[in-house]
Design a protein. Structure first.
Length: 183
């Protein structure tokens, strides 16, 4: 028979890897900068893929009327920017999750902030690289109007993709320490 008053043996908590704030912040700043720089090629890719809108110039060449079949290109440019940003964000979230040694809130906040900076940079880069064909056209001529992203809310897609991908990886992980490797 066992004595009910006897103390149960002490159970030691598992030995988790220690979080080193300085090391995590250094990694976070590096991730923020690297993710932010993804905005340059993303903006170039958007400017190369986004369709221009064909318009007919009006009197004096300063006004332009879009052709009826071309008006959906305004939506195409916006949707393409959002989809490229969302795809880049999901890929970024997956790659950041693979950095096992630094997993945690510091890295996901840095990656999400970097995604926001990258989306803003992609928006500005894409608009700078698109060429407007309205400059030297006479009245009554057809010209190409450069694509634009008409909603500034489009920059939210990339950080949303980062956060969703990283959150899904955290939810599918069964470890209390997120599978973080020992340092």
């Amino acid at each position: 028979m066992t004595d009910p008053d006897a103390a149960a043996p002490a159970v030691e908590p598992p030995d988790y890897p220690r979080v080193v704030i300085r090391k995590d912040l250094r990694a976070g700043v590096t991730v923020l900068g690297a993710v932010a720089m993804l905005g340059l090629p993303l903006g170039w890719l958007w400017s190369a893929l986004a369709p221009p809108e064909v318009v007919r110039t009006g009197g004096g060449g300063d006004t332009a009327t879009p052709l009826l079949s071309q008006t959906e290109h305004r939506f195409d440019a916006l949707a393409l920017f959002v989809l490229l940003g969302l795809a880049a964000g999901v890929l970024t979230g997956v790659v950041v999750w693979l950095l096992r040694e630094y997993r945690g809130p510091v890295l996901v906040i840095a990656a999400t902030a970097g995604g926001l900076v990258a989306a803003w940079l992609a928006l500005r880069t894409g608009e700078l690289l698109t060429v407007d064909g309205l400059v030297a056209t006479a009245a009554g001529q057809f010209a190409a109007r450069a694509p634009t992203v008409e909603s500034s809310w489009a920059v939210v897609a990339q950080p949303l993709g980062v956060a969703l991908a990283y959150s899904f990886a955290v939810a599918s992980n069964g470890h209390d320490d997120l599978g973080r490797t020992r340092s």
